[in-house]
Design a protein around this ligand. Sequence first.
Ligand SMILES: NC(=O)c1ccc[n+]([C@@H]2O[C@H](COP(=O)([O-])OP(=O)(O)OC[C@H]3O[C@@H](n4cnc5c(N)ncnc54)[C@H](OP(=O)(O)O)[C@@H]3O)[C@@H](O)[C@H]2O)c1
Length: 253
Amino acid sequence: MRIGVIGTGVIASAVVAGIAGDGHEIVVSERSRARSGDLAARFGNVRVAGNQAVVDGCDLVLVALMADAAPGVLAELSFRDGQRVASLMAGVPLANVAAMVAPAKAEAILIPFPAIAAGGSPVLVCPPSDLLAGIFGRNNHVIGVPSEADLTPYMAAQALLSPVAKLLDEAAAWMAERTGDREGAERFLRILIGGGLAAAPYERAGVLAAMLGDLNTEGGFNAELRQHFEAGGAFDLLRAGLDKLESRQAGEA
Ligand SMILES: NC(=O)c1ccc[n+]([C@@H]2O[C@H](COP(=O)([O-])OP(=O)(O)OC[C@H]3O[C@@H](n4cnc5c(N)ncnc54)[C@H](OP(=O)(O)O)[C@@H]3O)[C@@H](O)[C@H]2O)c1
């Protein structure tokens, strides 16, 4: 498929790297030159062009601009009937995107994560789209989200990435103060947590409940640390943080 990218920033670069091996013809917008040039240098099927040439040369356009820049940038471009557009812009309703890219069809909001470059990462698609599932489901996990209201809790919960990374970072530092081996500590914790969670098929239900049950031996280290977190209000804090992000999104909508 001929895929174009308007806004070759951090996330678009990861997306292109994630799908470049799948035989598409990809054209990315020139700005930022360091990123677009790097993609073209790394992948023989990626070329760089000006914004209108990107739109003209593709069937599917990925818009990966910052939300506040999009109205001005897209207003200067002519889209065509039959073309499809996916918006990577968190917090911009699809109806607004549709108005900006008419007469092209605003296919869906597509929310990738930086790990899309390596594969195995979730990709949220709202509403579900066979076209986008076919493209992004080859190396990653496409999760269809039925409505933009449903997308809000996904966007809040994805923010767990940073606090979870911080939890592991603190634990690795704590270990290294004792073992003198920071690298080994980090490797151990990444395999322990990542490997443990990825071991069961993603289609299986109830994996977290089963895991918590298995880790609940009375007097066991895991049960004790979890109870310590509970007593300190850590999980109430988590819920309050998610509520806060949910309210913030409602305010921004
Ligand atoms: N980062 C993530 O993990 C992530 C995940 C999912 C969705 N998103 C969404 O993706 C969008 C981009 O995020 P990002 O983190 O990738 O930001 P970013 O790195 O700042 O990317 C935005 C890109 O747009 C370019 N741009 C600005 N004006 C342009 C113009 N007139 N023509 C062509 N390109 C232009 C910028 O170029 P300059 O640098 O030269 O200004 C920059 O390369 C945001 O709406 C964000 O909500 C991000």
